[in-house]
Design a protein around this ligand. Structure first.
Ligand code: ADP
Ligand code: MG
Length: 676
C-alpha cells in the first residue's frame, strides 16, 4: 500500500496503539492531520543567548559545553534526578533532568549542545530544569515546538512528521489553484508543509507561514460566503413594508440618524425576498436595543413572533423590563423565559407561545431548548453575539421556517475584520450616540493612588450617585499572580475600611442566577451604593445613576473589554468617570484614556496586537483556527478577502477541476463553522 494523506497514523514507524491514542487526544488520526499540526513556536538556533545575558523567567536557547555530569540520584520511587553542569564561557549553568537517563547518558562531556528551557536560579547561580537538548550539527536553523499532550514530546512528534513528509514526498496534492498561487505569490502546499515543520531559514519559514495562513483565511472566507449565499434562499417569513412612524410613536425620544439608518436597512431586509442576516454593530450606549425593537415591531405588524436571545439572565431581565414598557399599550405581548422561570409559569408561557399570544419572547439559551415552540416565528435576534456561535444562532432559527436573523454586537470590530469574522452577515454600523450623552472621562493611576480614588468615589456616593469597582477574579487563590485583587475578599475589605458605613454589594459569575438578579435589582433600585463585581457586569447592564467605575488590574483586560466595562457608566445626564488601576501602565491603557470611540479603540487594539489576536480568542464564535492566529498583519488578511472575491467571480461553484480540492476544504470548514 502506498501512503496518502488519508493514511492512518499507525502506518508510521514508532506509532503503535499507545502513541496513536495520544495523537487522538490532540484530534490527529491521519497523516494529513499530523502534517497540519503546526508548531506553536520555534527555537531559533541561530541566535542563542550568552548564558550571562539570558533573561530570567523566560524560555531561551543557550549554546554550551558539557563540563560535568552527576550520577543518578533517586529522589523517591519512580523519580530520579540528574545534574549536569555546562558553560559557554560567559557563565556556568546548572541543568537538572528528571527521569531522563537516556537523554543524559547521550550527552558527551566537552561537546557543545543547544539547551532550551526557562532560565531560573539567580545571578550567582543560573539554573535550568528539564531543558530540551538539541545537537548543534542538526541541519535546521529552527526546531519546532509543538502543542503537545502528556506523553508526547516535540522531538517525537517531529520525528513522526519527518517520516510522514518523506513517505508522502511528491504526493501531497496542491489545494490552491496555480493561477491563484501565482497571482498572490504563494509557495506550494508540500513545500509550505515541509518548511513550516523543518524551516531551513527564517525567510523560508515566513513564506511557508504566509501560504498556510493565507489558505486558512481564504477557505474561511469562501465558507462564510457560501453560508451567506445558501442562507439567502427564499424567506419563510415574507413581510410587507410598514411605516417607521408607527414605531416612533412608541418612543419617549427621537431616534438618532444612525439608528434610523440601521432600522431602514433592517426594514428593507425584512420586506425583501430573502431572510435578513444582519449584524448591527454599535458602541455601548449607542441604542442598539431600539433597532431590535423596531424590527420586532415590524414583524409583529406582519403577524410574526420574534425571539430575543441574550447571554445572561441579568441582560434578559433588563431587556424584558425595557421592552415590555416600550410595547405597553401597543398590543404586543412580551414574555421572559430564563432558567429560573418556575415550572407552572413556564407551562403557561409555552402554551401562550404556541398559540401565538406572545409577540416577543426574551431569554437566555433556555430559548433553544426543546419544548419551546413558536406559533409563527419570523425574527430571531441575538444580543451581544460574540458570546454565541453560529451554531446557537442556527439552533434558534430552526424554531421557525428560515426566519430573519438580526445580531447585535457591542464589540466594535474594525470593518476589515468584521467582514471576515461576520462574513456570513450584512453589517449596519451605529456610529453616533444619542444626543446629550457626556463622554466618559478615563484616568490611569498606579495602586498607591487608590486611596485617593476611593475618596473620589465616596464623594459621589455622598451626593447620591452609585459606583462600580471591577476586579478580574472571583476569589483569592484562583490564580497566583501577586497583587491580583479578588472580588470576594476585596468587597469585604472595602466595606470594612474604605467604604465602612456605605452599602456595598458583590456580584460575580459563580453566584446563582437568582442571587445575581437580586443583587442587580438592589443595585438598580439604589439600595446598593457600591457594587464590587467581576466582568459579569460587562454585558448590557443599565443603571444610569452609576457614574464612577474603578477597574483594578486593568492590564488584565483587553482594550475592547475595558471599553465595554466602562460603558456601564455614562448612561445618564451626569459626567461619568472611569479610573483604571494598574501597576504596569502601558501604551494600550493610555490609548483608552484618550478616546471614547469604540471603533478607534478596536483599530488601536488591532495595530498593537495584530489581527491574529482576534482569531486567537474565541469571542467571535468562529471555529478554532489552526494557524490564522499567527497572522501578523492586516495586509495578508485583506489579501485573502480579495482573493476569495476574485475566485468566486471566476468560478462561483468551485467546480473547475483545479478548484475541486479547494471545494473540499471549504466543505470541511463549513461543517466546523456551523457546528461550532
Ligand atoms: P446599547 O447599544 O449599548 O445596547 P441601549 O440600547 O441599551 O444601548 O441604549 C442605551 C440607553 O440609551 C438606553 O437607556 C436607551 O433608552 C437610550 N436611548 C436609545 N436610543 C436613544 C435615543 N435616540 N435618544 C435618547 N436615548 C436613547
Ligand atoms: Mg445593549
Amino acid at each position: 500500500m502506498e501512503a496518502s494523506l488519508q493514511t492512518d497514523l499507525r502506518y508510521l514507524k514508532g506509532v503503535g496503539e499507545k502513541r496513536a491514542s495520544l495523537y487522538a487526544k490532540l484530534g490527529l488520526f491521519t497523516l494529513e492531520d499530523l502534517l497540519r499540526h503546526y508548531p506553536r513556536n520555534y527555537i531559533d538556533h541561530s541566535a542563542p543567548f550568552p548564558i550571562s545575558a539570558a533573561p530570567f523567567g523566560e524560555n531561551c536557547a543557550v549554546r554550551a559545553r558539557v563540563v560535568s555530569k552527576s550520577g543518578e540520584q533517586r529522589i523517591r520511587k519512580g523519580l530520579s534526578l540528574f545534574k549536569v553542569l555546562v558553560t559557554d564561557g560567559s557563565a556556568d549553568l546548572y541543568l537538572t533532568f528528571f527521569n531522563a537517563r537516556y537523554t543524559v547518558s547521550a550527552l558527551k562531556t566537552e561537546e557543545e549542545y543547544l539547551f532550551y528551557g526557562r532560565m531560573g536560579g539567580k545571578f550567582t547561580r543560573r539554573e535550568m530544569a528539564s531543558p530540551l537538548v538539541i545537537s548543534p550539527e542538526g541541519e535546521e536553523a529552527f526546531s519546532p515546538v509543538y502543542p503537545l499532550t502528556e506523553g508526547l514530546t516535540s522531538r517525537s512528534v517531529g520525528a513522526n512528521i519527518r517520516q510522514a513528509l518523506s513517505l508522502l514526498e511528491g504526493r501531497i496534492p496542491e489545494t490552491l489553484p496555480p493561477a491563484l498561487r501565482e497571482r498572490f505569490g504563494l509557495c506550494g502546499l508540500e513545500e509550505a508543509l515541509r518548511c513550516v515543520h523543518l524551516p531551513p531559514s527564517a525567510g523560508a519559514l515566513e513564506q511557508a507561514r504566509r501560504r498556510l495562513i493565507f489558505e486558512e483565511l481564504f477557505v474561511l472566507a469562501l465558507a462564510l460566503t457560501r453560508l451567506k449565499q445558501h442562507s439567502g434562499q427564499t424567506t419563510g417569513a415574507p413581510m410587507r413594508p410598514a411605516e417607521l412612524s408607527g414605531f416612533e410613536r412608541l418612543l419617549p425620544f427621537s431616534l438618532t440618524g444612525a439608528q434610523r439608518r440601521a432600522i431602514g436597512e433592517c426594514f428593507a431586509d425584512l420586506a425583501g425576498p430573502r431572510p435578513m442576516n444582519r449584524l448591527v454593530q454599535g458602541d455601548v450606549g449607542s441604542g442598539k436595543t431600539m433597532v431590535a425593537a423596531a424590527a420586532v415591531w415590524f414583524a409583529a405588524q406582519n403577524g410574526y413572533q420574534s425571539a430575543l436571545m441574550v447571554p445572561t439572565e441579568i441582560l434578559a431581565e433588563q431587556h424584558f423590563s425595557t421592552l415590555s414598557r416600550l410595547f405597553e399599550g401597543s398590543g404586543l405581548k412580551v414574555a421572559l423565559l430564563t432558567g429560573s422561570v418556575r415550572a407552572a409559569q413556564r407551562e403557561l408561557l409555552l402554551r401562550e407561545l404556541r398559540q401565538g399570544d406572545i409577540s416577543l419572547l426574551i431569554g437566555t439559551h433556555a430559548l433553544i431548548q426543546s419544548g419551546v415552540d413558536f406559533h409563527r416565528l419570523g425574527l430571531v435576534v441575538t444580543d451581544e453575539q460574540h458570546r454565541f456561535g453560529v451554531s446557537q444562532r442556527t439552533a434558534l432559527s430552526q424554531k421557525g421556517e428560515a426566519p430573519h436573523v438580526l445580531v447585535l454586537s457591542a464589540t466594535p470590530i474594525p470593518r476589515t475584520l468584521a467582514f471576515i469574522i461576520y462574513g456570513d452577515l450584512d453589517i449596519s454600523v451605529i456610529d453616533e450616540l444619542p444626543a446629550g450623552r457626556k463622554s466618559i472621562k478615563t484616568y490611569l493611576i498606579d495602586p498607591p493612588k487608590r486611596q485617593r480614588a476611593c475618596g473620589f468615589i465616596r464623594k459621589y456616593l455622598d451626593e447620591g450617585y452609585q459606583a462600580y469597582i471591577v476586579c478580574p477574579l472571583v476569589e483569592q487563590g484562583e490564580e497566583t499572580a501577586p497583587g491580583l485583587l479578588a472580588a470576594q475578599e476585596y468587597a469585604e475589605q472595602l466595606s470594612a475600611r474604605e467604604f465602612a458605613g456605605y452599602r456595598v454589594g458583590l456580584l460575580h459569575g459563580r453566584m446563582k442566577g437568582a442571587e445575581k438578579d437580586s443583587v442587580m435589582a438592589r443595585f438598580a433600585s439604589g439600595e446598593i451604593q457600591l457594587l464590587v463585581a467581576t466582568t459579569v457586569i460587562e454585558v448590557g447592564v443599565d443603571v444610569p445613576n452609576a457614574v464612577v467605575m474603578m477597574i483594578e488590574n486593568a492590564e488584565r483586560f483587553g482594550l475592547s473589554q475595558l471599553h465595554q466595562l466602562r460603558g456601564r457608566v455614562g448612561r445618564g445626564e451626569a459626567q461619568s468617570h472611569c479610573i483604571l488601576v494598574s501597576e504596569t501602565p502601558s501604551p494600550r491603557l493610555r490609548a483608552i484614556c484618550r478616546t471614547n470611540d469604540g471603533f478607534a479603540i478596536a483599530e488601536e487594539d488591532l495595530k498593537l496586537r495584530g489581527p491574529g489576536d482576534f482569531f486567537g480568542t474565541r469571542q467571535h464564535g468562529l471555529p478554532r483556527l489552526k494557524i490564522a492566529d499567527m497572522a501578523g498583519d492586516m495586509e495578508l488578511v485583506r489579501t485573502t478577502q480579495d482573493a476569495a472575491a476574485w475566485l468566486l467571480r471566476e468560478d462561483p461553484e468551485l467546480s473547475a477541476p483545479e478548484n475541486r480540492a479547494l471545494g473540499g476544504q471549504v466543505l470541511q470548514m463549513l461543517q466546523k463553522v456551523t457546528t461550532g
